[in-house]
Design a protein around this ligand. Structure first.
Ligand code: MN
Length: 242
């Protein structure tokens, strides 16, 4: 059985006095547990080298992190906009385009979901509490694996197949969200307030994105969320064997 390689988009952070690059370990742990080799791609790679960065890679995981610069979707920034990383934006948009060009499967998580929506022509809420007030608190301060709000998943979708569930409770650490879903995408899970919590591509290679953080459920062997990584790896294995 082949072992696919999954690119995981990384972050830049200051840590103990040094600028460093990496990603939360639970992302790479989740990919490795699903049977693939995780390969972290730092956001400092020039965007024109995105296709080269994907050589030998069979699938892509777009990780969470900073807000996307709203100029990418033609909006002026609101005061509540969070931290940006313009270089990371440029690299990840190029990475996503290169992945689609190659027909590679893509899993987007949190910022990754938002990036896919914007890349395909969608628009985001820049700050849910001020722009789209709701009874559902999406930007929680709980433990990373605390399931704090429900989502309803549409039956018969790739998202539902991956999760093996049509209703589950999820963790939630986001203050942005899908305002207008891009063409070529279909919403596959919603919170009780109607916010899109997952979507998938309607054509082309396997493309699923979720607004919550399935990687944080890594410690629970029975978590349905782990099915998202298994499905990504299965799709990557198909790409590898093609
Ligand atoms: Mn949420």
């Amino acid at each position: 059985m082949s072992v696919p390689r999954i690119a995981v988009s990384g972050v830049r952070r200051q840590w103990q006095g040094a600028g460093r690059t990496g990603v939360n370990a639970v992302y790479v742990d989740s990919v490795a547990s699903a049977g693939a080799v995780p390969v972290i791609l730092p956001p400092t790679i020039p965007p024109e080298h995105a296709a080269r960065a994907l050589e030998g890679v069979d699938g892509v995981l777009l990780s969470g992190g900073e807000d996307i610069d709203p100029t990418w979707y033609c909006m002026d920034p609101v005061p509540q906009l969070g931290a940006l990383d313009p270089a990371r934006d440029r690299f990840e948009f190029a990475l996503f385009a290169a992945a689609r060009e190659r027909g590679l499967p893509v899993l987007g998580i949190c910022r990754g979901l938002q990036l896919v929506n914007v890349a395909m022509g969608g628009v985001l809420w820049q700050d849910l509490p001020s722009e789209r007030p709701s009874a559902v608190q999406h930007d929680r301060r709980d433990a990373r694996d605390a399931r704090t709000h429900g989502v309803a998943v549409t039956a018969g979708t790739r998202t539902a197949d991956a999760l093996g569930a049509q209703a589950l409770s999820v963790n939630s650490f986001h203050h942005q969200g899908v305002r207008t879903l891009a063409g070529g995408l279909v919403a596959t899970a919603h919170a009780a307030d109607g916010l899109v919590e997952a979507f998938e591509g309607t054509e082309g290679a396997w493309l699923v994105a979720v607004q919550w953080h399935p990687e944080e459920m890594h410690g629970d062997p029975h978590a349905p969320d782990r099915g998202l990584f298994s499905a990504l790896v299965a799709a990557a294995r198909e790409a590898y064997c093609r």
